[in-house]
Design a protein around this ligand. Structure first.
Ligand code: NAD
Length: 485
């Protein structure tokens, strides 16, 4: 085992869980054992919430311009340690080093945004009638809990940590039990940056601890990022105990390729979108709707896909079970009559025979009823569905229950606008296969890809992490009293 057993992190200290149950943390790169993560108990959570509650009484009173100083220093530390942090992400998640580095760079950008929050939460003041003024102030919500998935061990925790904490909340973070190591480095760097003990606490575990978070009366808000199945469970359960909740779920992103699309740009974008991070991105292209005569583009996508080499510029998928699941989807589509143009099954990387690799896979003549067309595969696989025109393509996109992202490839501004207005997704790309909004724009999908109001990052997140106080003040004693006095 490369690293010692993981502990929880409460009040600025590593605390062993009260549980004796552990799960193995395996590197997808080569199947080696990295560490063991405790399956924490309700008692572990109770201790962490008590600490976070106490820390809230002081942290929430620190002026925001002082609070963000921690994040200026944290940003510098992320920059200083970028190689080490990227290597850790790669080791526990299996993505390539370049992808891991890009993820840490995004964490830096998210932190940079949090540093700008004092400029965005000044509140408003207005003399609403003679001598009477109204003003608004943003107050932190309290103790917030953030539950994160395996696919971005650095970026997704940093979607919430800088904003929520800079806005005065204290936090319980529940890392993915599959990739818990990066979160442990994040708290160390934040401590070094001067974050007071107890403001950010980590409780490791799986389902049991997530359920305990949803039920805990001391937690005021819960954010979740993960699969739709669990996003729905967490939304319902945490709302039932009257918490503020925002849960981001899975995705099935459709790219609409129109006949006038630029061939090489479209092909390289589609191939990169479906294979980047081994297809384990909630923004990955999973279905391509080919409108009319686009065969030259499909041929070029296959050329581009063949340049994506497992173990070189394509990382591993998260587990042996994920590899088996992805390959099952491909085989099922083949049995149902789809045509496999590029086949990534049975991939073995020399020297990494115990790693979990699936090669890039392009499947043509998929029909909307096949499971590869309907379900989230979360692997480097693109299913091509043929449509006669853009309305049929939009009907296919609209029929899928998810709504994280969609994209259109065309050289016509009018056609692009037509798709933007009709696609049922929260994030749309025009000639962009992974349309992640950069800060300060916010991240969040529609339909079964998100439950709750507002988005989790950017300006839109301010509403989730704060409560607005409205104060009305009268300064003219001489004015007569009316119904609003
Ligand atoms: P997951 O839903 O299995 O796990 C997410 C978190 O929930 C983990 O911390 C896990 O411990 C916990 N969990 C798992 N099962 C649970 C249960 N039954 N009850 C309570 N808690 C449970 O997701 P994952 O496999 O870690 O991540 C991949 C999924 O996340 C994909 O569906 C992907 O699309 C989605 N995702 C979505 C976004 C987005 O922004 N919409 C971003 C990243 C990932």
């Amino acid at each position: 085992m490369k690293y010692p057993d993981i502990k929880n992190y409460v009040g600025g200290k590593y605390i062993p869980s009260k549980s004796t149950k552990f799960l193995d943390v395996i590197s997808p790169l080569d199947g080696s054992l990295l560490s063991r993560v405790p399956v924490s108990t309700k008692e572990d959570l109770n201790d962490a919430v008590a600490v976070a509650k106490k820390a809230f009484t002081t942290w929430s009173k620190v002026p925001i311009k002082e609070r963000v100083q921690v994040f200026f220093r944290y940003k510098t530390l992320l920059e200083k340690h970028i190689l080490e942090l990227s290597q850790l992400v790669q080791e526990e998640n299996g993505k390539t080093l370049d992808e891991a580095r890009a993820e840490v760079e995004k964490s830096i950008e998210l932190t940079e945004f949090a540093c700008s929050l004092p400029q965005l939460v000044g509140g408003e003041i207005l003399e609403v009638s003679k001598g009477v003024e109204c003003r608004t102030d943003f107050y932190p919500v309290g103790v917030v809990a953030c539950i994160v998935p395996f696919n971005f061990p650095s970026m997704v925790p940093n979607w919430t940590i800088p904003n929520a904490i800079a806005l005065g909340n204290t936090m319980i973070l529940k890392p993915s039990e599959v990739v818990p190591l990066s979160c442990m480095r994040i708290v160390e760097l934040l401590k070094e940056a001067g974050l007071p003990d107890g403001v950010l606490n980590i409780v490791n575990g799986d389902r049991e601890i997530v359920e305990a978070i949803c039920d805990h009366p001391g937690i005021d808000a819960v954010s979740f990022v993960g699969s739709t199945k669990v996003a729905k469970l967490v939304y319902a359960r945490a709302s039932a105990s009257f918490k503020r909740v925002l849960t981001l779920g899975g995705a099935k992103n459709h790219l609409l390729v129109l006949p006038d699309a630029h061939v090489s740009m479209t092909a390289s974008n589609v191939a990169a979108s479906m294979s980047g991070c081994a297809g384990q991105r909630c923004m990955a292209a999973s279905a391509m709707v080919a409108v009319g005569a686009v065969d030259p583009i499909i041929a070029q996508i296959c050329v581009e896909a063949r340049k994506v080499i497992p173990g070189v510029n394509l990382g591993a998928v998260i587990s042996a079970a994920a590899k088996a699941r992805i390959e099952r989807y491909i085989t099922e589509a083949e049995q149902q009559g789809a045509k496999i143009l590029v086949d990534g099954r049975n991939t073995v990387v020399k020297g990494k025979e115990n790693g979990f690799y699936v090669g890039p896979t392009v499947i043509d003549y998929v029909t909307p009823d096949m499971s590869v067309a309907r379900e989230e595969i979360f692997g480097p696989v693109i299913s091509i569905i043929r449509a006669k025109d853009v309305d049929e393509a939009l009907a296919i996109e609209n029929a899928n229950p998810y709504g994280n992202a969609a994209a259109v490839f065309t050289q016509s501004g009018g056609a692009a606008r037509y798709v933007i207005e009709r696609a049922s997704a929260g994030m749309i790309g025009v000639n962009i296969g992974v349309p992640v909004p950069r800060e300060p724009f916010s991240f969040g999908g529609w339909n079964d890809s998100k439950f709750g109001v507002g988005d989790l990052t950017g300006k839109s997140s301010i509403g989730f992490w704060t409560k607005l106080k409205k104060t009305t003040t009268k300064w003219n004693a001489e004015s007569k009293t009316n119904w609003m006095s």
